[in-house]
Every structure is written in structure tokens, then in C-alpha cells.
Design a protein around this ligand. Structure first.
Ligand code: ATP
Length: 240
């Protein structure tokens, strides 16, 4: 498997507050990797550095062998980096269809190709199909999260990064959403980097994982190794 994303010695800070402190991690092509860790351990910050929302103070990020320091954040979706940030961030005053079309914008596709892809998304997420002309702001939490994922997929990403997509969703909706992620990974070979608080669910889906601790990697291993690790079990007691 070839290395798609590699973070080495990554450090980041907000003003004087250090959020990442020499983080090393990687995601290979076709992998499903989960980032776990307590609140404030740096999971969101890691994703922000990869998508370009935050500039690291030290270290290096490469994507498909390319140094991301040379690629501005706004260009990163066009090279295959899809990001579903925390809190979804869909356009509430636009319809479901319009939100999907906007998702294709960074890759500047031909209109027919965008339309084809949009139809594919509405088939993949039938509930969005039923609500295609509805304003996104009127969707339920689960539907809005699906729209956020579908919108990111419109850009045909090589890596899909999701920051706590389960947040605020009812348990059944979480199962439904994760079912989609699993299918995208298994049937389409999509490479996924997922930040998730629900450790046991995430470790059931993922191939591999990292547990962050104060801006560094505390533990890493296959999903099975992490599930069996007493330190992970202690940290997420009652969940595993
Ligand atoms: P959570 O699970 O709570 O979202 P996290 O693992 O995603 O946590 P980060 O959000 O990456 O953690 O935060 C890492 C550190 O950076 C924390 O100490 C946090 O307080 C700090 N931090 C995050 N965002 C900011 C900000 N905008 N300004 C100042 N400090 C911040």
C-alpha cells in the first residue's frame, strides 16, 4: 500500500497554547484510520493542519508525496483532500441539491459530470434524494450530517477526513451513518481518516488507529490491538 498522508514531527499552537507537539502519523491508500484521544488531545487540530485551516509551527505534512506547506488550504480539496469539519457546516439557506453542487466546485468539473455525480450521491443517500429540493437548514441532524459527507464526496476526494460526525446524533443515526462510511471504504476503496469519541464503534470500522495524548501519539496499532489494549479499555471504560 502506498503512503497517502504522512505527518512528521508536526507541532501546532493557538497563540501561546501548544496543541500538537511533534505528532507522527500516516494513512496509507485504501486504509480506514481512526484518531482517538481525550478532549483537548489535538485531534481536531491535526485535521485543521491537514486541511489548511491552521498553519503548523513545525514539522511536515505530505499528501501523495507532495509537501502541503506549498499548497494553500483553498487548493487542497482540488488535490483530493476532503474534510467534513466538526459541526457539519452545510449551507442552511441552500437546497440539498445546491449544497451538493457547491461541493463539486473545488474540482471544476464539467456540468454533466457534476450532475452525474450528484445523482450518484442522491442514490447513495436515498434520504437526501427524497429531500433534494428542501433547504439544508430544515434537515434533521442525521440528514445534515449525511449531506456534509455527500458534499465532501462530490469533490471526489482521495482522502476523506471526518471530525466527530456522530456528535449530536441519535444512536440509530450513528449506526446508519457509519454504515455508509463502511460501504464507501469497502466497496469503493475510499481512504478515510476519522476523529471519533465513540471508540468502540470506531474501532469496529477502522483498520488502524492512533490514540493522541497531549498533542502526541500515545498509542498506535491495528484496530484489534487497540481494542484489546488495557490502556484503551481503561480510558474508554464502559465503551468497549
Ligand atoms: P475535542 O475532543 O474536545 O474536540 P481535540 O482532541 O479535538 O478535542 P483540539 O480541539 O485539537 O483537541 O485541541 C487541542 C488543544 O488546543 C486544546 O488544549 C485546546 O484547548 C486548544 N485549542 C483548540 N482550539 C483552540 C483555539 N481556537 N484557541 C485556543 N486554543 C485552542
Amino acid at each position: 500500500m502506498s503512503r497517502l498522508l504522512e505527518l512528521s514531527g508536526l507541532s501546532a499552537a493557538y497563540g501561546g497554547v501548544r496543541a500538537l507537539d511533534g505528532l507522527d502519523l500516516h494513512v496509507d491508500e485504501g486504509e480506514f484510520v481512526v484518531l482517538l484521544g481525550p478532549n483537548g488531545s489535538g485531534k481536531t487540530t491535526t485535521m485543521k493542519c491537514v486541511s489548511g485551516l491552521l498553519k503548523p509551527v513545525a514539522g511536515r505534512i505530505t499528501f501523495d508525496g507532495r509537501d502541503l506547506a506549498k499548497v494553500p488550504g483553498w487548493k487542497r480539496p482540488a488535490i483530493g483532500l476532503g474534510h467534513v469539519p466538526e459541526g457539519r457546516q452545510i449551507f442552511p439557506d441552500h437546497t440539498v441539491m445546491e449544497n451538493l453542487t457547491l461541493g463539486a466546485f473545488p474540482v471544476r468539473r464539467k456540468r454533466a459530470e457534476t450532475e452525474r455525480r450528484r445523482e450518484e450521491m442522491l442514490e447513495l443517500f436515498p434520504r437526501l434524494g427524497e429531500r433534494s429540493t428542501q433547504l439544508a437548514g430544515t434537515l434533521s441532524g442525521g440528514e445534515a450530517q449525511m449531506l456534509a459527507v455527500a458534499r465532501a464526496l462530490m469533490g471526489d476526494p482521495r482522502l476523506l477526513m471526518l471530525d466527530e460526525p456522530s456528535l449530536g446524533l441519535a444512536p440509530l443515526k450513528v449506526i446508519e451513518l457509519f454504515g455508509y462510511l463502511k460501504r464507501l471504504h469497502e466497496e469503493r476503496g475510499l481512504t478515510i481518516l476519522l476523529v471519533e469519541q465513540q471508540a468502540s464503534t470506531a474501532l469496529r470500522l477502522a483498520d488502524r488507529g492512533y490514540v493522541l495524548d497531549h498533542g502526541r501519539v500515545g498509542l498506535e496499532g491495528s484496530a484489534a490491538e487497540l481494542r484489546d489494549d488495557p490502556r484503551v479499555q481503561a480510558a474508554y471504560l464502559g465503551q468497549l
